[in-house]
Design a protein around this ligand. Structure first.
Ligand code: DSN
Length: 410
């Protein structure tokens, strides 16, 4: 990208950004929560909209000069509604955890009981972990995956729900690779009188691209980030049934946040516009095919994959039978130019800082145009790196792939 003003004015920041751009171009990105936005999304983010204050909602702002901001926010809302068949959308949430905080704030009182997926079983910090605000403010009970299959045990979820009678059931994850039984969650929640909350931060793009089931028409409230598989700017949104619209909007503003980030709202509108195009369906399909190929190739090389495969964009590799932990694997792969994230595995005996697995994802590589052929090669490079093959040679091979598959920016 062109940073000529930055280069002239602030060499230090310019150099750091430029080096990071080079790193992204020359390395392979397998972090399941990352992606590359288009130049159009990037331009909207870098626009003059960052200068504006617009606390409130379209038509009801606390500042003047917002007519055009209203248009942009309404466009983002209209496109999001169409993408997810949502009755109501709030596009102002700043990121995933703040969006989830706003959802809890809208539906719960401190101390209320909530049921969520445990972190080391693929859940998220904001789904009730004790070190997170969610676990501190609310009385979370946690469900797990079946130790044999690695799939969420829905009978167990029902059993815990009947016993604990939570006010809300949270379905969603950051390291779970299987389709979620949204209808079953809804049945269980209805039986015990709980609200249903889906966090689709990871799979929103796969749902928008019609490759995974959509909880929005089923659940009371759904949050998502906009920067993962959905391939938009960093940010989030909350979708809910019309009857909850006022409490959700009030929870975001004035409950949790001040002025929305209008430049990001504009970039969300652009990304949603891209996700409404036919080629996004092809993209979402390929993301999953690539993840399934990666899982298959790694299994052939003797790796254990949690749940034995994947239905989505991510693969959790269980390294507990290898001579390397998740942290060292992450560091070693970084040395050859492959970025992954260390990950806990279900019932991990090791701590999150040095867990027993790594999480791999295909959204970013698929945005570069990579398909099964390149994924096969990549599985080979990962295996060689983890087996301490010559680092310089692997690094060179990574570079070769990167030269052929450019970032989608200009
Ligand atoms: N950091 C995100 C992820 O990697 O899944 C979740 O917060």
């Amino acid at each position: 990208m062109d940073y000529k003003n930055l280069e002239k004015q602030d060499k230090e920041v310019f150099v750091a950004i430029q080096k990071e751009e080079e790193r992204q171009k020359n390395e392979l990105e397998l972090i399941a929560s990352e992606n590359y936005v288009s130049s159009a999304v990037m331009e909207a983010m870098a626009s003059v909209l960052t200068n504006k204050y617009s606390e409130g909602y379209p038509g009801k702002r606390y500042y003047g000069g917002n007519a055009l901001i209203d248009d942009v926010e309404e466009l983002a809302i209209k496109r999001a509604k169409k993408l997810f068949q949502a009755e109501h959308v709030n596009v102002q949430a700043l990121s995933g955890s703040p969006a989830n905080a706003a959802v809890y704030f809208a539906f719960l009182r401190p101390g209320d009981k909530v049921l969520g997926l445990k972190l080391d079983h693929g859940g998220h910090l904001s789904h009730g972990h004790p070190v997170n605000f969610s676990g501190m403010l609310y009385d979370f009970v946690q469900y797990e995956v079946d130790p044999e299959t690695g799939f969420i045990d829905m009978d167990k979820v029902a059993e815990i729900a009947r016993k604990e009678k939570p006010k809300m059931i949270v379905a969603g994850f950051s390291a779970y690779s299987r389709e979620i039984e949204w209808e079953r969650f809804k049945e269980i929640a209805d039986e015990v009188g709980a609200y249903t909350f889906a966090d689709i931060a990871h799979t929103a793009g796969l749902i928008a691209g019609k490759q995974m089931k959509n909880p929005v028409p089923i659940f009371d409230v759904v949050s998502t980030t906009t920067h993962k598989t959905l391939r938009g700017p960093r940010g989030a949104m909350i979708m809910c049934k019309e009857k909850f619209s006022k409490q959700v909007d009030r929870a975001v503003f004035p409950g949790m946040q001040g002025g929305p980030h209008d430049h990001i709202t504009a970039a969300k509108a652009v990304a949603f516009g891209e996700a409404l195009q036919d080629d996004f369906v092809e993209y979402a399909k390929q993301v999953i095919l690539n993840a399934q190929e990666l899982s298959k190739c790694l299994i052939e090389k003797g790796y254990q994959i949690v749940s034995g495969g994947t239905d989505n964009h991510l693969v959790v590799v269980d390294l507990s039978d290898k001579n390397i932990g998740g942290k060292d694997a992450e560091v070693l792969l970084e040395k050859v130019g492959i970025s992954v994230s260390r990950s806990t595995i279900p019932n991990d005996l090791k701590p999150p800082m040095n867990p027993s697995g790594i999480r791999l994802g295909t959204p970013a590589l698929t945005s570069r145009g990579m398909k099964e052929k390149e994924i096969k090669k990549l599985a080979d490079l990962i295996d060689r790196a983890l087996n301490n093959d010559n680092i310089d040679i692997i690094k060179k091979e990574v570079r070769e792939i990167c030269k052929e598959f450019l970032l989608p920016i200009n």
